[in-house]
Design a protein around this ligand. Structure first.
Ligand code: HEM
Length: 451
């Protein structure tokens, strides 16, 4: 669909040498199966099919590979490490797109991330952001720099914890959870000989599965503590809270904190290097939000420049750059045959910077989104930081709120400067590879309260 960057070009031979096996014409599905085959993030049936928006200059009859072959590559390629403690068997992230995965996605979409559920948990997120602003305020009073990524991660975990358990994590627990998620992300994405030589997987030669098992057990223990607390409070006659604990328990959702905080950290890094953009954004926030201490989720739609900054950050720094897929059937993509069972990496990083679709693709330029309808909801295939198709990020509606809320609130209340040595050498935006990316050198910035 795009002229593929070399790093994403499949290595299988072109079709003239290796023709794809002919596939029988698809019989129309019965109504129930059609419903089941519908992308799971779309919880309610829609009357009108959502149209893909065209990228200028592209042929309408030639849909993007990600759309055309979505059903065929919707399985996950999972590394041996995710088999630790049987984690992959109950993980929405790892499960193949069949009954259990569909049930979990439906539950998540309907009970956790639906507009009604998110409206009900809005005050919890406002409180979590108020806590973040208070902590930054303490640093501002002392003139001390803030580790932006770490502060944002702690706040994102608090935000998730409040949405899922109606309770904050103890700061020490939040900090431990942050370390566990961070380490697990790097471990899961790192090279592992068991993945390349499955016959040797049982031996776990590098000890990756063993290390992952320790992390997963710790994460389960933290979550179990929350469950136990809830069981006790229920036994004591406390009413249902209808949060995630009451409807669904999925450990993967905590990894959403890392992607969210990485986005905040990168946005801040880019803005600190672009004072004019920072000023424009703070002016917009001041004129729309006025003297409020933090922004509200209902303000987001009135803040087009903030939205543009978030889009541009996610375009240049997608936290999950290479979601791992597996071909469920043999498919042909742009003349290449991808045999069933092949691991497929969607190179979101390269797509978001594709020179066919973007002017000056490597430049941080939020203005490109002003007056443009291009969005990251999975319909504009040149901008897919949350993925697209049936495996699109389940937490997108929550992530959307969290990122705008945290970024806007940190900028309306504080003026930010770089510590002298960073100012001199420039911000280091190099990223460390993991399932979710993080900055190699954590961004530190000094807040000053705006009165
Ligand atoms: C800025 C924040 C975030 C970004 C950029 C992001 C991005 C992504 C991407 C690219 C994928 C893979 C999509 C694919 O395979 O095509 C994904 C999957 C997923 N995300 Fe997120 N995510 C974010 C936040 C969150 C949050 C806050 C949660 C939950 C609380 C979450 C839950 C999930 C889950 C459960 C999946 C697996 C879906 C599946 O395989 O069916 N994400 N995310």
């Amino acid at each position: 669909r795009f002229s593929q960057p070399p790093s994403t070009r499949p290595t299988a031979a072109p079709t003239d040498r290796q023709p794809a096996p002919a596939r029988p014409p698809a019989a129309p599905l019965p109504r129930a199966s059609r419903r089941a085959a519908r992308p799971a993030h779309v919880a309610q049936p829609r009357r009108r099919a959502r149209r893909r928006r065209l990228i200028p200059g592209h042929d309408a009859r030639d849909p993007p590979a990600l759309q055309r072959h979505n059903a065929d590559i919707a399985a996950r390629s999972i590394g041996d490490s995710t088999r630790a403690c049987g984690h992959c068997e109950s993980s929405v992230l790892c499960l193949p797109p069949r009954r259990k995965w569909r049930a979990l996605r439906r539950l998540g979409a309907a009970d956790l991330f639906s507009p009604q559920r998110l409206a009900a948990t809005r005050p919890l997120r406002q409180e979590a952001v108020a806590g973040l602003v208070r902590r930054v305020s303490d640093h501002a009073a002392r003139g001390a720099p803030v580790d932006v990524g770490r502060a944002a991660h702690a706040a994102a975990l608090g935000l998730l914890s409040r949405t899922m358990f109606s309770a904050d994590l103890h700061p020490a627990t939040a900090s431990e959870m942050s370390d566990v998620v961070d380490e697990a992300s790097v471990l899961a994405a790192g090279p592992n000989v068991s993945d390349f030589l499955p016959a040797l997987a049982a031996a776990d030669l590098q000890g990756v599965r063993r290390r992952m098992a320790r992390l997963v057990r710790r994460m389960y223990a933290i979550i179990d503590e929350q469950i136990e607390r809830r069981v006790h409070s229920r036994a004591a006659g406390e009413a249902r809270r209808n949060d995630l604990l009451d409807v669904m328990l999925d450990k993967d959702l905590f990894t959403g904190g890392e992607t969210t905080s990485h986005t905040i950290e990168c946005a801040r890094g880019e803005l600190l290097q672009a004072p004019n953009t920072m000023r424009k954004l703070q002016d917009e926030l001041k004129s729309v939000v006025g003297t409020k201490q933090q922004i509200d989720e209902t303000d987001i739609s009135k803040l087009p420049y903030l939205q543009a900054v978030v889009k541009e950050t996610l375009r240049l720094h997608p936290p999950v750059p290479l979601p791992p897929y597996e071909a469920e059937a043999t498919v042909e993509v742009q003349g290449y045959t991808i045999p069933k069972g092949t691991k497929v990496l969607i190179n979101i990083w390269a797509i978001n910077r594709c020179a066919d679709a973007w002017i000056e693709p490597n430049k941080f330029m939020p203005e490109r989104f002003l007056g443009s309808e291009v969005n990251f909801m999975g319909r504009d295939f040149q901008l897919i930081p949350f993925g697209a198709g049936r495996r699109i990020c389940l937490g997108l509606p929550l992530a959307y709120r969290m990122v705008h809320l945290m970024l806007g609130s940190l900028l309306i209340r504080f003026r930010w400067t770089l510590p002298t040595e960073v100012e001199k050498n420039g911000v280091n935006m190099r990223e460390r590879f993991g399932l979710a990316l993080s900055l190699v050198v954590p961004l530190r910035a000094v807040p000053e309260e705006i009165h």
